[in-house]
Write a protein that binds this ligand. Sequence first.
Ligand SMILES: [Zn+2]
Length: 487
Amino acid sequence: MNRGLSRGCALMSIGLLLAAPLTSGQQPDVVARIRAEGQQRSSALGLYRALTDEIGARLTGSPSHMQAARWAIERFKEWGLTNTHLEPFDFGRGWQLERVSVEMTEPRYVPLVAYADAWSPSTTGVVSGRAIYIGDKNAEQIQAMAGQLRGAIVLTHLPQAEFVDRDRPQPGLDDRPVATGNPALAGPRRATAVNDLTDLLKKLGVAVALRPSAYRDGTVGVTGNRATPTDAVPTIVVAGEQYNVIARLAAQGRPVSLRVELRTRSFEEDRNSYNVIADIPGRDPALRDQIVLVGAHLDSWHTASGATDNADGAVAVMEAMRILRAIGAEPRRTIRVALWSGEEQGLLGARAHVAQHYATPGARNQLAVYLNDDPGSGRTLGFYMEGNTQAKALFDRWLAPLTDLGATRNIIEGIGSTDHVPFNEAGMPGFNVIKDFGAYDERTRHTNADYPERMTDEALKQSAIVMATFAWQAAMADGMIPRKPAK
Ligand SMILES: [Zn+2]
């Protein structure tokens, strides 16, 4: 009999059935029940569809990020999590894209694949006219063109010659030595460095600046800078191959006309952004003040659906919490989930959380472990162990029953650039999952191609099961997870 059914289901939320509590004596059973719940009654795909199709891109400070945060809060409440709240931190001006349209109208009509940098101001209405190419000019030469540049559509960079053609090395698949780290990404180039190009273009009254994306085949990589002044020159990134057509023609003096419209909106009223926090409270009086934290960033860049970066990670940790509640798990330590904001602007939400909650050695000792789900997509292969050999021995034991799900190897190496980093920097044990990198760097990360098709239902389920299992093990372990000796 499924004990989950014996208590009825007052909460008719996605897949949640309250079950009789499980205690530490039943631990071996729990790992199996996590798998059964995660595989047979998964909500992962539904959560993923809601986050990517219904809400979509979730730029920090945008209304859609707030919509996602509130949506997550509602799910956590439905599932019966406690301490469910939005945790503010100072962020700055919010921004949202309302319209962008870039078209070539001469020598022929071509609609262009183009996106605004986040935090770019709007153009003044529709801007039409000759494209002026300055990719090969130095500051002096640009200054000399002042007469042509006022109110103009300007191509600021050379045609894109190098493209992003590689994903980072894939750790975790076999026993070979591991290479980690982000690949060096090709960027747009200019013939001569102009340090203050932005200021110069502003001074000369340029209407809008276009530059090429370094991704191939219509993929456009776009981020943005939240410190962009509201009166800066509007900036737009165009698909590399299309930019090249325009730039080559314009460089030869052939007439190329463009029509550009960019409409963006700023939000100044609330300069906070918010992490989403919720708990499954610990039941052991001696251990319940210790926190096992699982998390992922909920924010994304603004051009697609932020599916692989990082809706898949957010769903993995949400579904892990749902699974643990659904099977009635009663952990010894408190299991807390955090959906970070501001990751893309510099791990801001996680940094704020560390500063707010783990400022003293005593507080830091209460964090049993932080488990993060971010870079890559697909299934979870294991964890990056950040050079912590003792913790690796423990994690290897916890991974063993999951190998048939494709989680086969923890690696001793670490990984940077995501939300476990501030925990490690403060001397706490933070680890990130190893994911598949197929097409992540080359295609989906921070691009207009970050859509949910790169994840399968199986991979979403598996990632949640791995995360729930590790959270449970960490919450039940007799001792603390070993910390790396201080250097
Ligand atoms: Zn990212």
